[in-house]
Design a protein around this ligand. Structure first.
Ligand SMILES: [Zn+2]
Length: 354
């Protein structure tokens, strides 16, 4: 009787076989890794406090990485290790710098050299060489010295503000232009992208894939790990409010909370406050002790489904979100209590100005 019902369900299309998410098939991974990717913008430029990291703090970061024997890879080196199924040193990190401000060339780069580290810069192409921005000749010099130069758009537009019909076209136009400018001026085609303002949608991911990009990074805090989606790789911001030594120490020892999927999986709200179900991969996490934060403030509205086969949390802020971008963050201790695992999800309200 039971098998008859099963056959009927299959042939009627009502039975859906469990699907493995695409990002978990690519790339194949034999070992797990947790790589915190650090995100900086400006160095020693107090005019812009929200994106600046003071030189004292930046040097403390670099000294800490050196003294604690971190291996600092460029993003491309880290990505290729993952893609080629190679293992990572126990303590690995990646330094990324967005936008291409002169303060990196003048202040940040000499400190990196002093500690013998490399970094990856994601540049906005239409502003290269303008006042306070690095020039193409300087980028060529940095590239020659081992700094990786990648793409962060031509116009740094708010692509999510375009409607669904326009967005992919606008994004493609900008992406083709910025890709060509980098290739023409530096002789290498960029392969990796940082979304302007960390704002992205699935149709932008599709355009990146069609244009030959291999990965893209977001601004959601979290760690790059073997189950990351290559087009949603998280980073920890270390500028502005987060530009402290304590912040680096807090974040660098974390592990990724590994996610099977989220429902919904769009950054746009269909209700406010929005609710999300985050399905966690079974593993080393003590989900019973998970904590939920809305824009960094602890929220008690978390429902924990501690099912060993299908663990999940259901999260919903207690009041409507008001900012343009708001992070829902979950942290949970490992079962041995030694480390915390971290994941965040970004909501975007395009109708709200920056
Ligand atoms: Zn930017």
């Amino acid at each position: 009787m039971r098998s008859t019902l099963f056959i009927i369900l299959i042939f009627s299309g009502l039975f859906v076989f469990p699907q493995i998410a695409e990002h978990k098939i690519f790339p194949p991974v034999k070992s797990s890794f947790d790589v915190p990717i650090l995100a900086y913008h400006r160095f020693g430029d107090n005019r812009y406090r929200s994106t600046n990291t003071s030189l004292d703090v930046f040097e403390q970061h670099l000294r800490y990485l050196k003294e604690n024997q971190y291996t600092v890879l460029t993003f491309g080196e880290a990505f290729k290790r993952w893609k080629n199924n190679e293992s990572f040193p126990a303590k690995t990190t990646v330094i990324t710098i967005d936008d291409g401000y002169s303060s990196f060339y003048e202040n940040g780069w000499p400190l990196l050299k002093k500690y013998g580290f490399l970094a990856t810069i994601f540049i906005q192409t239409d502003i290269v060489g303008h006042k306070d921005f690095i020039s193409w000749a300087q980028f060529a010099e940095l590239q020659k010295a081992g700094i990786e130069i990648q793409n962060h758009s031509d116009l740094h537009d708010f692509f999510v503000n375009y409607n669904d019909a326009e967005r992919a076209g606008k994004f493609r136009e900008d992406l083709i232009k910025s890709t060509a400018l980098i290739e023409q001026n530096l002789g290498k085609r960029p392969e990796y992208y940082v979304y302007p303002y960390g704002e992205w949608t699935k149709d932008m991911v599709q355009v990146l894939k069609e244009t030959g990009y291999s990965a893209a990074l977001v601004q959601n805090s979290g760690l790059f790990c073997e189950t990351s989606d290559p087009f949603e790789i998280p980073r920890f911001p270390l500028g502005g409010y987060f530009g402290t030594f304590e912040e680096l120490k807090r974040k660098i020892g974390l592990k990724a909370l590994r996610i099977e999927k989220t429902i919904p999986d769009s950054p746009f709200l269909s209700q406010n406050p929005p609710e999300i179900r985050v399905e966690v991969l079974p593993g080393k996490v003590n989900l019973k002790k998970a904590q939920f934060f809305v824009a960094g403030t602890k929220c008690e509205n978390i429902k924990i489904i501690d099912d060993p086969n299908n663990p999940a949390v259901i999260l919903k802020a207690t009041s409507p979100l008001t900012a343009r971008r708001t992070l829902y963050t979950i942290t949970a201790p490992s079962k041995d209590g030694k480390t915390w695992h971290w994941y965040s999800y970004e909501w975007i309200r395009p109708e709200v100005g920056e």
